[in-house]
Ligand binder design. Structure first.
Ligand code: F6R
Length: 612
């Protein structure tokens, strides 16, 4: 999520780090910092804002320094401030660390280090604990201290540590967060992403989970999880800068679609107890009594986030038995909802800056409702103004069309639904545990939906769709909001007119538009109403419509009744939207590519809509 650069060699380290951080800046980070090894001291400079602000703060000092680490932060724990920016220093200043990822047990480690060693913490971040923990174990060997420290850590990390007593050395460790070593001649590099390395070297080694590396100007040694040295393959990078920023994909949108398994895993992290099968939402600041008394929830959002809200409504009503109203924020603010006691408002916004959503939030608060925000951006207006925030940890989303943020919004809403249900006693423990297990299995199921074979099947369908100017998406129950999201995504980036229709509503009007060959994408994932959806499909077939069904692999009947199918893995009805929507994202993407549209920046649209 954040950006890491490290250097040890013969050049001016500060310059190499600033240049590298600038190459990562396209993702929109919110603060940055470097630590430079100077005369037995690690000098840390940080700045909230852009890398240019950091460059100004550095002011071309430390020109003789040859070793250092740098970081650009995208806030997760604590707002973007100088203090929360990386690198973080240990108590004595002997150790510095830059870190990407999330330390799940940072609270207990913090407590332990404060109580046992009397350490004091300066920031609100989970990452700071790493610097202190490494110092705690340090006995003249940085590699060993890092190895012992990460053995105590639960969570994900790409980290680079430096120690003032071993001035040439950088030590790296990786678990669930990328880290790449760049090999030079008398100099070596480390970075979280390839773009930061390209100006200096194309010879790289990709670190694997559980591995460590010690880097000096002349040598890089890799170690496996058992601390035994390992040989690594050297990869020659052939991408240009632009391709590297997109991780080798043609567009940010595709990169972000492919990042969804990891984004879902991050959003679930720390929020479910695997052993008990319970959801634990520390962020939700409602007493059990308040939850038991909840009479109504308003969900307020725009566009894609609104579609997530519609899925949330169905899940909350089904699992927790609380009535939910979902509003497009621009409508909510001008209607007169009947506010009363015991109501909660939930606002959903990837950016946290959408003007209409903010206005809805303010209106709800002004009328005395508690507001829970679901957002992807720490420190955003929505997160500052809401009473409580549930962050989606999708990482920065660059493509205008939202994909990974949407899927993580779904995950957050499912967590809320299950949590409310647990407390209200509306869901049997075994059913709750089954859903939690289903959520935990989503990253792997998403990988299946994103496999080469699946993508090829979608591409083959898009060869058909690309020639049409109109398309329909149909579905019932939880498939309906997914149909709406699929239609929005298709029109947004391919400029094909796409309409979503509740499958049962076709006969009340839209059916008049179905004629021979008209593309109809049918979402068929709800086992409880499978027959109903299939009979709606028959009606389309009878008019010559060409039905492409997105369904479950175990719904064998579906393929016999449609022109073509895309099979999803077997999944619980409630959770199916997480998988099915990804196939609609791929449809939109490959159709847009086929039509030569500007995928990442569609015409007339902006990533963050801060005007009414
Ligand atoms: C569509 C899309 C938009 C946003 C909407 C709300 O792909 O991204 O519909 O969902 O503009 O934006 P946020 O979530 O930032 O409030």
């Amino acid at each position: 999520m954040c950006g890491i650069v490290g250097y040890t060699g013969k050049r001016e380290a500060g310059r190499v780090l600033i240049e590298g951080l600038k190459k990562l800046e396209y993702r929109g980070y919110d603060s940055a910092g470097v630590a430079l090894q100077e005369n037995g001291q690690l000098i840390v400079t940080k700045a909230a804002g852009s890398v240019a602000d950091l460059e100004k703060a550095l002011n071309d000092q430390f020109k003789e320094v040859r070793v250092g680490v740098g970081h650009t932060r995208w806030a997760t724990h604590g707002p973007p401030t100088d203090l929360n920016a990386h690198p973080h220093s240990s108590v004595s200043g002997k150790i510095v660390v830059v870190h990407n990822g999330i330390i799940e047990n940072h609270r207990s480690l913090r407590r332990r280090l404060t109580e046992e060693a009397g350490y004091r913490f300066n920031s609100e971040t989970d990452s700071e604990v790493l610097a202190h923990l490494i110092e705690y174990y340090y006995q003249d060997d940085l590699l060993e201290a890092v190895q012992r420290a990460v053995a105590d850590v639960e969570g994900s990390y790409a980290l680079v540590a430096a120690c003032s007593e071993e001035p040439d050395l950088l030590v790296c460790a990786r678990q669930d967060s990328p880290l790449i070593i760049g090999l030079g001649d008398g100099e070596n590099f480390v970075a979280s992403d390839i773009p930061a390395l390209l100006a200096h070297t194309r010879k790289t080694c990709i670190m694997e989970d559980g591995e460590f590396a010690s880097i000096t100007p002349d040598k890089v040694i890799f170690y496996d999880a058992d601390s035994l040295p390992v040989e690594k393959e050297v990869l020659q990078i052939t991408w240009n800068q632009e391709a590297a920023e997109k991780g080798g994909y043609d567009h940010f949108m595709l990169k972000e679609i492919m990042e969804q398994p990891a984004a879902v895993r991050e959003t679930l992290r720390q929020r479910v107890d695997v052993s008990s099968g319970l959801v634990e939402l520390q962020e939700l600041d409602l007493t059990p009594e308040q939850i038991l008394n909840l009479d109504k929830i308003y969900i307020i959002a725009c566009g894609t986030a609104y579609h997530a809200g519609l899925v949330g409504k169905l899940a909350i009503e089904k699992l927790a038995g609380i009535p939910v109203e979902v509003d497009v924020a621009s409508e909510f603010r001008y209607r007169t909802p009947v506010f009363a006691e015991n109501q909660l408002a939930v606002v959903i916004s990837q950016s946290g800056e959408t003007a209409d959503t903010l206005a809805g939030l303010r209106m709800a608060r002004a009328r005395g409702l508690k507001v829970l925000a679901i957002t992807n951006v720490v420190g955003s207006s929505v997160s500052r103004e809401a009473d409580q925030v549930l962050y989606t940890w999708a990482g920065p989303e660059i493509a205008v069309a939202s994909t990974k943020a949407y899927v993580t919004q779904l995950v957050a809403l499912y967590l809320v639904a299950i949590y409310l249900a647990q407390i209200r006693g509306t869901l049997e423990a075994a059913k709750a545990a089954e859903l939690v297990k289903g959520l935990l299995g989503m990253p792997d199921q998403l990988k299946q939906v994103l496999s080469e074979e699946s993508v090829a099947a979608i591409q083959a369908y898009c060869d058909y769709l690309v020639k049409w100017d109109h398309a329909f998406f149909i579905g019932r129950n939880l498939d309906y909001p997914v149909a709406m999201e699929g239609a929005l995504k298709l029109k947004e980036i391919s400029y094909i007119h796409a309409e979503a229709c509740a499958a049962g509503e076709l006969k009340h009007g839209p059916l008049a538009l179905i004629e021979k060959g008209v593309p109809v994408i049918a979402l068929v994932t709800q086992e409880a109403i499978l027959d109903k959806t299939l009979s709606n499909i028959q009606v389309v077939n009878a008019r010559g419509g060409a039905v492409f069904a997105i369904t479950r692999e175990d719904f064998k009947d579906v393929s016999r009744q449609v022109d073509s199918v895309f099979n999803l893995p077997r999944v619980n009805d409630v959770l199916a939207p997480i998988l099915s929507v990804v196939s609609t994202q791929l449809i939109a993407y490959y159709t847009a590519v086929g039509r030569g549209s500007s995928v990442d920046k569609p015409r007339n649209l902006a990533k963050s809509v801060t005007v009414e």
